[in-house]
Design a protein around this ligand. Structure first.
Ligand SMILES: [Zn+2]
Length: 375
């Protein structure tokens, strides 16, 4: 991955490359990037840049012996760690990221802006809870304590350290007293799920959302999407390039129609109807289900903005604005905030592989209660 393959984010790229040029790379860093903000691609481009022997002030060269390996994710001194599940007949306790490296390389090749659920689908996790286990932590300690192979530096990229749980404590010593020329790059979507002891020992680097312009230009240039459609997808995706790419690759479902049905069913609160609606939603591909919830969240955030400010500068289509004006009679800002919170929590549960049906059913009941409460 090159920095130039990640749209925008000039300041962050400059900060990262500048630190390398000055020889001041922090030993342990956490890149904090929400889904689709490009945290992993940024870490990959950064690792290639650190290793490159012929770098410009903006990017790795792509031609030196290090680049030839790092860009294929086969550099022996760049180690990867990420959440996995049991592989085939192998016991979970002895399964680690190394067992999944071919899959890891192939998905980054095609979808560097992937989400957690893309990855879990790719490795066939189904409903099994993925994590980063004890053996993995021990292996990391061993790898980073060994001599490097081809470079004078060693790098660990750990994607989603929030899947470490308490095992993270095993890595404390490594993070606190790293060996020379060893760099640890953690890429997280949610710092609240990382042990405080780890957080406090790492330099935090916030990866900002993509701007709408960055996303729409990317869609136009890379995906050959026509400009008006690209703008609409960029608005809907709220800085999440993964979502924008997904929308551009799929016949977009009519999420607003689906949302109206949801609110109607929630308001009536008939268990049979709720069940029917839930079944309909879970029959969609997993990524579509998630996109629908993302859309719901986007809608209620924009709803609040519109109701609070009366502004026309909302990222909503004319039909959606019409829906907002109708709904504002029964849904107050406070109610809408509560609903957004529910959807947000629901998305989080589902990304951690909770049962979609149960989460949706519970959310629908709760949304109905919120809607019927006298304000
Ligand atoms: Zn190079």
């Amino acid at each position: 991955m090159y920095f130039k393959e990640i749209p925008g984010k000039k300041d962050l790229k400059h900060a990262l490359t500048h630190a390398v040029e000055k020889g001041r790379i922090p030993h342990a860093q956490i890149l904090l990037a929400k889904e689709g903000y490009g945290g992993l691609p940024m870490a990959l481009a950064y690792a290639s840049y650190i290793m490159c022997e012929n770098k410009s002030n903006q990017d790795s060269c792509g031609e030196c012996s290090h680049c030839r390996k790092s860009h294929k994710r086969i550099h022996p001194d760049i180690h990867f760690s990420f959440p996995v599940v049991k592989l085939g007949d192998k016991k979970r306790e002895i399964t680690t990221s190394d067992d999944y490296l071919p899959k890891w390389r192939s998905i980054i090749e095609t979808s560097p802006f992937m989400s957690k659920s893309d990855w879990l689908d790719h490795i066939g996790a189904d409903s099994r809870q993925a994590n980063i286990n004890v053996k993995e932590c021990n292996d990391i300690m061993q790898k980073l304590n060994m001599m490097s192979y081809e470079s004078d530096k060693k790098i660990l990229i750990m994607w989603l350290p929030e899947f470490l749980g308490n095992e993270g404590n095993r890595l404390l010593k490594l993070i606190e007293e790293p060996t020379d020329n060893t760099y640890i790059i953690l890429v997280t979507e949610n710092q609240e799920h990382i042990l405080q002891t780890i957080l406090s020992r790492c330099q935090l680097v916030k990866v900002p959302a993509f701007t709408s312009t960055e996303i729409s230009e990317f869609l136009i240039d890379q995906q050959e999407i026509e400009p008006s459609k690209a703008n609409q997808m960029a608005n809907l995706s709220e800085g999440n390039l993964h979502l924008a790419l997904h929308l551009s690759n799929n016949e977009t479902n009519d999420y607003s129609e689906l949302l109206i049905q949801w609110l109607r069913v929630a308001y009536k609160s008939d268990p049979l109807e709720i069940n029917k609606w839930v079944e309909k939603l879970v029959s969609l591909p997993k990524e579509e289900q998630k996109n629908f919830l993302d859309y719901g969240l986007h809608f209620f955030r924009q709803f609040n903005f519109r109701v609070q400010t009366g502004s026309n500068e909302v990222n909503l289509t004319p039909q959606e604005i019409d829906l907002v004006s109708k709904m504002s009679n029964i849904i107050t800002i406070k109610k809408s905030e509560s609903i957004a919170q529910l959807i947000n929590d629901g998305t989080e549960y589902i990304s951690r592989n909770a049962n979609m049906k149960i989460v949706l059913f519970a959310d629908t009941i709760a949304i109905g209660e919120i809607m019927r409460t006298k304000s």
